[in-house]
Design a protein around this ligand. Structure first.
Ligand code: DC
Length: 218
């Protein structure tokens, strides 16, 4: 069983994907973390993330690996576990920019398909149902209004003791949505056969129920 979850940032994809992985006892792959690792590498190496040729040179040299440690995904960049370094706003914007470069996508998609090969998985990202696993058994497009996603993100950051201003977060979310859905190669798009789930105003348990009902055929 392969489950594909796509949607814009902050829609709750990773939370729900983890819940589905636990519910069905299958593997979860957070593909965004892989783009974030490349974004981090670009930031560290002072590579202009909007320069396609510089990013494509970078991707030839970086080594990205995904490992599972105590059931949790760890992303390794050139041998270093970078899980704790890839959730900053700077890396988010860099990840979005480098993800537009075809060479980056080709390399990471190959890795993603390798992880998904021969086992039951849930993957979340932007192009899972349209490009990475077009023949996945279950596809969802999880979304929410930009305002709701910004509200959740602001609360989450504040909960972690980080400075967060709603208006700034909203602006970044809108910018990233635009960049992710207008890039030429494998943009964020709902697959024709994906079930649209709008989580605006829903509790996470209600979203989970909608998805498990769809999967279990109830
Ligand atoms: O899901 P996320 O916010 O962690 O993803 C970070 C960025 O990576 C996102 O802005 C776009 C890119 N991405 C992508 O292009 N394709 C994916 N399958 C996953 C993420």
């Amino acid at each position: 069983m392969r489950i594909a979850i796509d949607g814009p940032s902050g829609a709750g994809k990773s939370t729900i994907a983890k819940m589905l992985a636990r519910h069905y006892d299958i593997l979860y792959l957070d593909t965004g973390a892989m783009y974030r690792a490349i974004g981090l590498s670009a930031v560290r190496n002072h590579v202009d993330v909007y320069d396609f040729s510089a990013v494509s040179d970078l991707i030839k040299k970086v080594d990205v690996q995904v490992k599972y440690e105590n059931g949790a995904q760890a992303v390794y960049l050139d041998g270093e576990n970078v899980n704790g370094l890839i959730r900053t706003e700077e890396v988010s914007m860099a990840a979005s920019a480098v993800s537009a470069v075809p060479e980056v996508r080709i390399k990471l998609v190959e890795l993603q398909r390798e992880v998904a090969r021969g086992q039951s998985v849930v993957l979340d990202g932007r192009d899972i149902g349209t490009y990475v696993l077009p023949d996945a058994e279950f596809k969802f497009f999880l979304t929410a209004t930009a305002e709701e996603r910004a509200r959740r993100r602001t609360l989450e950051l504040q909960g972690r003791g980080l400075p967060a201003d709603y208006e700034t977060v909203l602006k970044q979310i809108i910018e990233r949505d635009h960049a992710d859905s207008t890039r030429a190669f494998a943009p964020l798009k709902q697959a024709e056969d994906a079930l649209l789930v709008d989580s605006t105003g829903l509790e996470i348990d209600e979203v989970l129920r909608i998805m498990t009902n769809a999967i279990d055929g109830e």
